[in-house]
Write a protein that binds this ligand. Structure first.
Ligand SMILES: [Zn+2]
Length: 730
């Protein structure tokens, strides 16, 4: 096997031999998708023409297995592929050619997408992709269509056709930009018909397609093409001066990492508020050398204005990013904010003008006009998406765009897709239909919620509860390990998502673990700044952290334990709310703060004087903070009572102590579970509802208070105590 420098040849003959034909297609797809240099997330597709037994006739029939609509090659399984009768797809050509209204971007062309479902083999429910004709109309059995940065660099060069000939000789043909669909499939079919020696086709402004009648040869040839393109580009790139002179050389210098972190933390929540004027967005920060070389360069402003090239890039990145010409060496945070504000306003106007200029009578209504990619010299890139995964995909795509521009500018001049063509993809009726088919967003979608005390008990339960509703959850605890453990449970359940991007903590998934000590303002601030770097900002905070320090046998509590109790249960909650208020105000988006008090706040008892008094203060803190933080933030409290199960406040010793106190029979060697159950039932019997209270019961109340279901409620405390009449609030 020849050696590769710019891609990895991963094919394993033994593995391939162990799979059936459709399984081998999935295997080939996963291998191709696993390398970002071969294709981007969600981009490209693969196919195999496989002989199957027709369930209707029992006879052999040729079936096209092709990656269906949606999905991603790296993570694809068999379910992501559609299967279609190949002869029926070919037969559709007569149907299409008979249409008087045929032609590129015609209704006839779009109609063929829906017609393809009549060719479904064996009731496969996967909708076929708009690229299906490309795979069907090219005769060989195995076809790969990829979006490699190195190939797109050639595809997005001013002299693409000439360069293709120069680099690949006659074996790679060229087809000019055409929106994917029936016409592109027909054009490719014609190229293959006229020149049987052609092994691949360069697709202008888009990517390439390659094929073979042997599956491994198809895979290998796809890699060969990318290797050849990359080698050509890198040679020219190095000859031109490489990294030192790329994009016209550096105009600004990168700031030191700690300075970048401080500036990002200072700007992100504000920027999130600005771009979330219609719907809230989740941010991803990219600050590696590659992106910094671009944003710092002399050509960044010019190239950014040209926009991205690959059609499936700008559905996420929008027609162009917002580049702000801020001097990181001479200007400060306030100047950056001012320039960003002006830039955002200009961007929205530009976007509206682009829409007005390019729209057709049938075009869908204008969508959110805010940029999804923001480029700042000295700092890096900020990408926005409806959730963390989408936001990482957006960042990944602009990373790809930068790579494409680097390659294109090394060998030629970078050109972007003409605006009208970009518009006709962005506002394509078929894309609109896809958006409309998407399931409704979850109740807490687009929200970032911090749960302090998420390492155990009610906090852990609440973190899980809100993540189920679509919230991004920041799990905060005194110990990094316990915070991480809850975040990992959530991420394992939901998956990391698909985009491959994000620097440091910003590469996180739907949950992240952070340390935080609520009695220390600096620690709280550091935690909130990390949240900004991870997600761009936050919407709500839930504080479940609390301490219970029992009095000694004489009923006395030492002074330091009294202070400690008040410090955590009262001052800590105050510090969190007071410090977070600064960020909430910067962000300017409505939020929720939920504190934890207790039934003990209104029921004086023997043996818990510090705890009970601190919780009484916490009840009033809820009311005071509700006034302080209005109208931006609603502040409420949850007052749980004696949740024994899963509570960090009820270690075995305390359970035994309580059993003894209430004269409940138990034995020293009894399992903790059994002891906990006994105590929980004893407490339950004292309530009106007579059932033990679980962390899940509590989590429901926190969820309600961060949702919009009680959107007119603030300054209130909800009890979840099973009904303790002595604790009724009055
Ligand atoms: Zn494509």
């Amino acid at each position: 096997m020849k050696s590769y420098k710019y891609v990895n040849h991963l094919w394993d003959d033994a593995k391939a031999a162990s799979l059936d034909q459709a399984g081998r297609l999935v295997y080939r797809s996963n291998l191709l998708g696993s390398d970002q240099r071969v294709t981007n997330t969600g981009g490209g597709n693969t196919s195999s023409k496989i002989m199957e037994t027709d369930p209707l006739t029992g006879k052999p029939v040729e079936v096209l297995w092709v990656k269906g609509s949606g999905g991603d090659l790296r993570t694809s399984t068999r379910e992501n592929f559609s299967s279609l009768y190949q002869d029926k797809l070919i037969g559709m050509q007569a149907l299409y050619l008979g249409r008087a209204d045929k032609g590129p971007k015609s209704t006839a062309e779009d109609d063929m997408v829906a017609m393809a479902s009549h060719a479904t083999f064996n009731l496969n429910p996967r909708a076929s992709s708009i690229d299906t004709p490309l795979h069907s109309f090219i005769p060989p059995k195995f076809v790969d269509h990829m979006h490699p940065n190195a190939i797109i660099a050639i595809a997005a060069s001013a002299h693409c056709e000439k360069l293709t000939q120069q680099i690949f000789g006659g074996e790679m043909a060229y087809v000019k930009w055409l929106r994917p669909g029936f016409e592109l499939g027909l054009a490719m079919q014609e190229i293959v018909r006229q020149n049987p020696k052609v092994k691949s086709i360069m697709m202008g402004q888009h990517g390439f397609i390659s094929w073979d009648n042997d599956e491994k040869a198809c895979y290998t040839y796809t890699l060969d093409c990318i290797e050849k393109a990359a080698a050509y580009i890198e040679e020219k790139y190095a000859a031109k001066g490489g990294d030192a002179t790329v994009f016209g050389g550096a105009k600004y210098a990168t700031l030191a990492p700690e300075k970048r972190a401080a500036l990002f933390a200072g700007i992100l929540p504000w920027l999130r508020g600005q771009v979330s004027s219609q719907k809230r967005f989740i941010g991803t920060v990219q600050e590696d050398d590659k992106i910094l070389r671009f944003v710092n360069s002399k050509d960044a402003a010019r190239l950014a204005e040209l926009g991205t090239s690959c059609p499936d890039h700008f559905l996420r990145t929008k027609i162009k990013p917002l580049y702000v010409d801020w001097n990181p060496q001479a200007e400060d945070l306030a100047a950056l904010k001012k320039k960003l504000a002006a830039g955002l306003e200009a961007y929205r106007k530009d976007y509206a003008a682009y829409y007005a200029k390019c729209k057709h009578p049938t075009s869908p209504a204008i969508r959110d006009a805010n940029p999804t990619v923001v480029l700042i010299p000295g700092l890096g890139m900020i990408a926005w998406g409806k959730d963390k995964s989408e936001s990482r995909v957006t960042a990944e795509f602009y990373n790809c765009a930068v790579e494409v521009m680097r390659g294109a500018e090394a060998i030629d001049t970078y050109i972007a897709l003409p605006q009208q063509e970009a518009f006709d993809i962005e506002y394509w009726q078929l894309e609109e239909a896809k958006l409309k088919r998407m399931p409704a967003e979850k109740e807490l979608a687009r929200q970032v919620i911090i749960v302090i005390g998420a390492g155990s008990g009610i906090g852990k339960e609440t973190a899980h509860r809100i993540s189920k509703e679509g919230a991004h959850v920041v799990c905060v605890d005194m110990k990094q390990e316990t915070a991480d453990a809850t975040a990992k449970e959530i991420t394992d359940k939901l998956g990391q998502g698909i985009g491959v991007a994000g620097s440091g903590i910003s590469g996180c998934g739907p949950a992240v673990g952070l340390v935080g000590n609520i009695t220390d303002r600096a620690s709280v601030r550091a935690m909130l700044d990390q949240v900004a770097l991870a997600y761009g900002g936050f919407d709500s905070i839930i504080v479940t952290a609390g301490v219970f320090w029992p009095s000694d046998t004489t009923g006395h509590i030492p002074d330091d334990k009294w202070f400690f109790t008040f410090n955590v249960n009262v001052t800590g909650s105050y510090i969190v709310g007071d410090e977070a208020a600064k960020t909430w105000k910067e962000q300017g988006l409505k939020g929720q703060l939920v504190l934890t008090t207790s039934a003990n706040a209104v029921v004086p008892k023997k043996g818990s004087i510090a705890y009970d008094t601190s919780k009484a203060a916490a009840n009033h803190l809820v009311r005071e903070m509700a006034i302080e933080l209005s109208p931006l933030v609603r502040v409420n409290g949850v007052a749980p009572a004696t949740v024994v199960q899963g509570s960090a406040m009820f270690p075995r010793d305390r359970v035994i102590g309580s059993l003894a106190k209430y004269n409940i029979p138990y034995t020293e060697d009894e399992a903790t579970d059994s002891l906990v159950k006994k105590l929980a039932q004893f407490y339950a019997d004292r309530t009106l509802t007579k059932a033990p209270i679980t962390p899940a019961d509590q989590a429901e109340a926190y969820f309600l208070l961060v949702s919009q279901r009680l959107s007119k409620t603030t300054g209130q405390v909800i009890t979840v105590d099973g009904g303790l009449h002595e604790a009724f609030l009055r």
